[in-house]
Design a protein around this ligand. Structure first.
Ligand SMILES: N[C@@H](CCC(=O)N[C@@H](CS)C(=O)NCC(=O)O)C(=O)O
Length: 281
């Protein structure tokens, strides 16, 4: 597992790095960023937070606009931002080049449908390969790992956190797709990657996972802007609220007045999410 360092730069007393490696999950090169806070001194093992990005993003969107570094430096959290899909020569994309499927839209599943099945293996990448890579190359304590994300990445965080509560000890999301089986983005992505078997979709649908008995490691924080243009059709946080209420899952769902779907919203509440994870890791 060789890592290539693309860049490093000092920030808030720590180091922001961008790294590349050849992924065994996707069979492609994958790029991610890591912020090491100043507490990352020789011999330290720090809690780590993985942030999964949304549609159209690479590692760079949250790295440039997420404004997480000051809070991570304060709380001693390592922040990791992976890409949202495999990329590179020969990696298939949406047939029409649409933004909501294919490149930049891996939806954090292992695809079973051709021509995506070989490389679109973002579930394995985030659940297994990336943590192992972090453990081998950075001063992280994998027993103190949390997960968060935005929109499609919020969906990834919720489904991974619900499926592997022993791995992801803290969980939050910004404007997540909570029930892809019930909304257009999810129908397209889960149908395209997993085929027509809706039973397979349920393993990648946070609301269905809760209905089917999965539980997160602890309480869950979700922030959602009420001026988000995707709220009513694609995100539908009320479905998560209802599932959590029925199942006794401790969900803090905050509807934030006036906020949209952008990084202006995410960066506003990022500090709260870093603190949420720091208190639980
Ligand atoms: N306006 C976008 C829709 C996709 C979108 O809003 N993507 C969100 C995540 S779901 C995002 O973070 N975009 C990148 C950014 O704002 O930097 C498009 O049509 O390309």
């Amino acid at each position: 597992m060789t890592l290539e360092t693309v860049s490093t730069s000092k920030a808030h007393g720590g180091t922001l790095g961008v790294y590349k490696h050849e992924s065994t999950s996707t069979g492609t090169g994958m790029t991610f960023s890591v912020f090491l806070p100043p507490q990352a001194v020789e011999g330290a093992k720090l809690p780590v937070l993985i942030y999964l990005s949304g549609l159209t993003c690479t590692h760079a969107n949250v790295t440039d606009k997420g404004e997480y570094r000051r809070a991570c430096a304060e709380h001693g959290i390592v922040f990791v931002a992976p890409d949202t899909s495999p990329r590179g020569e020969g990696v298939p994309d949406d047939a029409d080049g649409a933004y909501d499927f294919g490149l930049g839209a891996g939806f954090y599943v292992n695809a079973t449908q051709e021509p995506f099945a070989e490389q679109y293996r973002m579930w394995d990448y985030i659940a297994d390969e990336l943590p192992a890579l972090l453990g081998a190359n950075f001063p992280v304590d994998l027993d103190r790992m949390g997960i968060t994300g935005h929109s499609m990445g919020g969906h990834g965080a919720l489904t991974l956190g619900l499926t592997y509560p022993e791995r992801f000890k803290s969980l939050s999301a910004f404007a997540p797709i909570v029930a892809p089986g019930q909304v257009p983005w999810g129908h397209k992505a889960l149908g395209g990657y997993l085929g027509d078997d809706r039973g397979a979709w349920r393993k990648h649908d946070a609301v269905a996972l809760i209905e089917d008995g999965k539980r997160p490691a602890g309480a869950v924080l979700v922030d959602q802007g009420d001026a988000d243009g995707f709220l009513a059709e694609q995100l539908r946080p009320e479905l998560l609220d209802a599932a959590c209420n029925a199942a006794g899952v401790d969900l803090t769902l905050r509807l934030q007045p006036g906020y949209d779907h952008s990084y202006n919203f995410i960066s506003t509440f990022m500090e709260d999410h870093i603190r949420w994870h720091a208190e639980r890791l």
